[in-house]
Design a protein around this ligand. Structure first.
Ligand code: AMP
Ligand code: TRP
Length: 331
């Protein structure tokens, strides 16, 4: 039985959610909540490591909670809360910053990607320290496993390294967490460039299917998605990365195996395949959107879930934080 094991994960309220978030994160969490003590956070303190519009940030924070619920996260089973509502996170992250080598933070892929687009004088220190805050999120809850997409693996590794370092220097305080990455769907690629991850910060809205996209937009974006040369619909990551991505999305929406989809479209063209994929995507996203819209009409109910959530979160995190402070010698 895995019932005592804990999972922790989160999404930043920093842009529109897309099917990468659904397949790479939320859908898996829904399945995992039956096996694990589950904690799902809306990480607004991570979001502000790049500039955010205050009103939009507030709205998106509540929106993400609504998507968690619409996707099927059950607040009776799982804890859902907002990071900034629990100050234990920033407090532990400060402590962890003091044992984190600067060079290791500078070498993080996400930091390099994000900061390479900025002038050095304009890079916020918070962007560099982002992974220590994420380590605090994870370590505060004695987390065993962190279900995330492929891109977050390096950050979870750092959390593990920091746990080990702290434990060996001050005595065992934190569990050493592992990343939990699904084999399939952990990296949904852009519809416009299959070498790039589907991303909410992409300026080209045709590159992603937003969870709130209208049916015609969903069908349209799939219709104009880039394809590869040749005609065959076969899964070949190297030679046919765009079709491989669309086959992955088809499989995730339909529940069909890739090889069965290949068989189904053996003598058919890209056009028919894309048309069917558009319809399947719409059929799956519509019920999700309906649940989201119903919650949107009742924000007070969602706020109440978040208030209860942070109470439960704090009960766990406060014990770990108190232990860490005691161990490092705070009076
Ligand atoms: P973020 O948007 O960075 O807050 O990501 C939230 C979660 O969604 C993380 O676990 C990511 O790894 C996951 N995720 C984001 N984009 C994708 C994608 N294109 N494919 C799969 N998972 C993704
Ligand atoms: N950095 C993660 C992302 O961009 C979000 C995140 C913050 C997170 N804290 C976390 C994910 C703790 C898992 C566990 O996707």
């Amino acid at each position: 039985m895995k019932s005592q094991q804990t999972i922790f994960s989160g999404i930043q309220p920093s842009g529109d959610l897309h099917i990468g978030h659904y397949f790479g994160a939320m859908k898996n969490w829904v399945a995992l909540q039956n096996q694990y003590r589950s904690i799902f956070c809306i990480v607004d303190e991570h979001a502000i490591t790049v500039p955010q519009d205050p009103e939009k940030l507030r709205e998106r924070t509540l929106d993400i909670a609504m998507w968690y619920l619409a996707a099927g996260i059950d607040p009776k089973r799982s804890i859902i809360f907002v990071q900034s509502h629990n100050s234990d996170h920033t407090e532990l992250s400060w402590i962890l910053n003091t044992i984190t080598p600067f060079g290791e933070l500078e070498r993080m892929t996400q930091f390099k990607d994000k900061s390479s687009k900025m002038k050095k004088a304009g890079i916020p220190a918070g962007l560099l320290n982002y992974p220590t805050l994420m380590a605090a999120d994870i370590l505060l809850y004695q987390t065993d496993a962190v279900p995330v997409g492929e891109d977050q693996k390096q950050h979870v590794e750092l959390a593990r390294t920091l746990a080990r370092k702290f434990n060996s220097r001050f005595g065992v305080t934190f569990k050493e967490p592992k990343e939990l990455i699904q084999k399939f769907g952990s990296r949904i690629m852009s519809l416009q460039d299959p070498t790039k991850k589907m991303s909410k910060s992409d300026e080209n809205k045709n590159s992603y299917i937003g969870l709130l996209d209208a049916p015609d937009d969903i069908r349209g974006k799939i219709k104009i998605a880039v394809t590869d040369s040749g005609k065959e619909i076969i899964f070949n990551q190297e030679k046919k990365p765009a079709i491989a991505n669309l086959l992955t999305i088809f499989s995730l929406f339909s529940g069909l195996q890739i090889k069965d989809i290949e068989k189904k479209y053996k003598r058919k063209g890209y056009g028919e395949f894309k048309k069917d994929l558009g319809n399947i995507a719409v059929a799956h996203l519509e019920p999700l959107q309906q649940k989201y819209r119903a919650l949107k009409k009742n924000p007070e109910q969602v706020k109440e879930i978040l208030r209860e959530g942070v109470k439960s979160a704090k009960q766990i995190s406060s014990k770990t934080l108190a232990d860490a402070k005691q161990k490092i010698g705070f009076l």
